[in-house]
Ligand binder design. Structure first.
Ligand code: ADP
Ligand code: MG
Length: 251
């Protein structure tokens, strides 16, 4: 699906990605995790075609970004960021409809799709008539998810989709997200700094980043029982109690 080959990215003298290799699996969920500033958002923005690497190559379904029509690639990939990134002057409905309008969809087709998605994320049509500022954090996040899904993309990229929510709402949405991923069967790459969330949403494929490099990739059990080094060991150890609560209490 996504293949990242030796990708480097710097901002001025600041190195955000220092030679990343990654291939994601079709129809599976991969979590990118690591401390703040380790390059998670940079990597997901590179996958989303929003940043171009200084060095190295990215392909999506065999299509090389360097040679591709990036607008066309972007339509095949849904992307949502923390706190939603919605346009405040557009209603929730208009936010969700925007990618469809840009893609030239007829009104009826958009309406049918939006109604279907609203049901999927448990939002009422009434809620969608409101502006983002009139919605709760959880509702905004659902709207952002709808917008990412409106064109029925092959892949979904989510950067800390639940990062801005309070713990109770977050737990609800985590459960819903996992159900949604199972139901949709899409390739998902999600960023989180929370190992419990990674273990819950992507138990089979967790990628630990540190200072722009992949430190270890594995299942949660592998990270826990055979950490690649002391950094991973400490990172996992520090969060394991919370993993127990969410994964064992929530499934
Ligand atoms: P993460 O999402 O893991 O917290 P980021 O990918 O956002 O980390 O950032 C990685 C590093 O690159 C950080 O040190 C950050 O300050 C830097 N960085 C990211 N984006 C920019 C930018 N647009 N300009 C300058 N520095 C940036
Ligand atoms: Mg980030």
């Amino acid at each position: 699906m996504f293949v990242v080959d030796n990708v480097h990215k710097s901002f001025g003298r600041h190195v955000a990605l220092a030679g990343v290799h990654l291939d994601t699996r079709v129809g599976r969920t991969t979590a990118l995790i690591g401390p703040s500033g380790c390059g998670k958002s940079t990597l997901i923005r590179v996958l989303a075609t929003l940043l171009s690497p200084d060095r190295g190559e990215v392909t999506f379904h065999g299509e090389r970004y360097a040679a591709a029509d990036l607008l066309a690639v972007r339509r095949r990939i849904g992307y949502a960021i923390q706190s939603g990134g919605l346009f405040p002057h557009l209603t929730a409905w208009a936010n969700v409809e925007l990618p469809a309008r840009r893609a030239g969809w007829k009104r009826d087709r958009s309406r049918a799709r939006i109604e279907q998605l609203a049901e999927m994320v448990h939002l009422t049509p009434d809620t969608l008539r409101r502006f983002p500022g009139e919605l709760s954090g959880g509702q905004r996040q659902r709207v952002a998810l709808m917008r990412a899904l409106v064109l029925d993309p092959e892949a979904l990229l989510l950067d800390e989709p639940l990062g801005a929510l309070d713990p109770l709402i977050r737990a609800d949405l985590q459960r819903e997200l996992r159900e949604l991923f199972d139901e949709l069967g899409k390739t998902v790459v999600l960023v989180t700094h929370d190992l419990a969330e990674a273990a819950y949403l992507a138990p089979d494929d967790i990628v630990v980043l540190r200072e722009g490099r992949i430190e270890q990739r594995g299942t949660f059990a592998e990270l826990r029982h055979s950490p690649a080094d002391e950094f991973v060991e400490r990172f996992v150890e520090a969060q394991t109690a919370r993993v127990r609560v969410l994964v064992e209490g929530g499934s």
